[in-house]
Design a protein around this ligand. Structure first.
Ligand SMILES: COc1ccc(-c2cccc3nc(Nc4ccc(N5CCN(C)CC5)cc4)nn23)cc1
Length: 297
């Protein structure tokens, strides 16, 4: 036929990508909004493109691993992989994903005064995406409101997998050497003390993410702000050691206002000092279902 054989839809050509604006910086990566416009008439589609930041920690195999992981995932609460764009003869690869127009929960929640029911619906969707990730033996290691994206006012998706690691069968922990900009206020106590990451440490980070959702990502109540206030009050300037001491004294983030008692208890279970005592995402989903039903919304 006179038309080109239908091209592989997962191959994106650099020449058709038109940069629109930067969307944000993740771990070792920068995400930019592009219009992919092969017809060159503005009728193309908007895509989110993640490129590796060249300067720090450039590890091509780690980057290719992140692309392979996202390519292998298929869930309604996980951002969709669309393809790759290679340049410089296949040296540099960029990851092409669907673009979610409303940004992260940190962009969305402060602007909208969502009720508790909708907050818990978003929290449940995060757990569904995370339960799927854990079922494939991946740990996320960076679950936080900044990495949860909003499709519309009834759908959120996990949008960044820069620190995701595979946990081999039979193993429980993933050990890492500390990297500079670790999100310590989302880290479980065993991650801070021994860099031991596990399915259970993702549960702790979900508890912090649920706290962020219930405070509507108000920066005055953000985990860094609240923990720093607690630490100044007790031990002077903040360091990871002071944060560990504070957590060992069973101090935790405060309960957000208008937070149902059952949700407060759920958050505290996610922050159990003993990893094995934290709930699974499956059990959190059931709890959130039940809480949402009791409020007969
Ligand atoms: C940690 O930084 C990011 C940034 C973007 C993404 C990402 C991945 C995969 C798909 C995707 N869609 C959007 N959309 C989006 C829309 C608006 C904004 N704005 C951020 C700045 N705000 C002032 C306005 C909204 C950010 C992201 N972001 N995004 C992931 C992590």
């Amino acid at each position: 036929s006179e038309t080109l054989p239908d091209m592989d839809p997962s191959v994106f050509h650099k020449r058709y990508l038109k940069e629109i604006r930067e969307l944000g910086e993740g771990h070792f990566g920068k995400v930019t909004l592009y219009l992919y416009d092969p017809a060159n008439d503005g009728t193309g589609e908007r895509v989110a493109v993640k490129a590796l930041k060249q300067e720090n920690g450039y590890s091509p195999d780690g980057w290719m691993k992140e692309i392979e992981i996202l390519k292998s995932l298929d869930h309604s609460n996980i951002v969709k992989y669309k393809g790759c764009c290679t340049e410089l003869g296949g040296q540099v690869v960029q990851l092409i994903m669907e673009y979610l127009p409303l940004g992260s929960l940190r962009d969305y929640l402060p602007k909208r005064n969502l009720g508790v029911p909708q907050c818990l619906m978003f929290a449940q969707q995060i757990c569904q995406g995370m339960d799927y990730l854990h079922s494939k033996r991946y740990i996320h290691r960076d679950l936080a409101a900044r990495n949860v994206l909003v499709e519309n006012d009834r759908l959120v998706k996990i949008g960044d997998f820069g620190l995701t690691k595979y946990i081999p069968e039979g193993e429980i922990y993933y050990r890492v050497r500390e990297d500079g900009d670790s999100p310590v206020f989302w880290y479980a106590i065993e991650c801070l003390k021994e860099s031991k990451f596990s399915f259970s440490s993702d549960i702790w980070s979900f508890g912090v993410t649920l706290y962020e959702i219930l405070t509507r990502c108000d920066h005055r109540q953000s985990p860094p702000t609240k923990f720093s206030e607690m630490m100044e009050a007790t031990q002077g300037q903040m360091t990871v050691m002071v944060l560990i001491k504070l957590l060992e004294k069973q101090l935790r983030l405060p309960c957000p206002k208008e937070c149902p008692h059952e949700v407060k208890m759920l958050m505290e279970q996610c922050w159990a000092a003993e990893p094995a005592q934290r709930p699974s995402f499956k059990s959190i989903i059931e709890k959130l279902e039940a809480i949402r039903r009791t409020y007969d919304w």
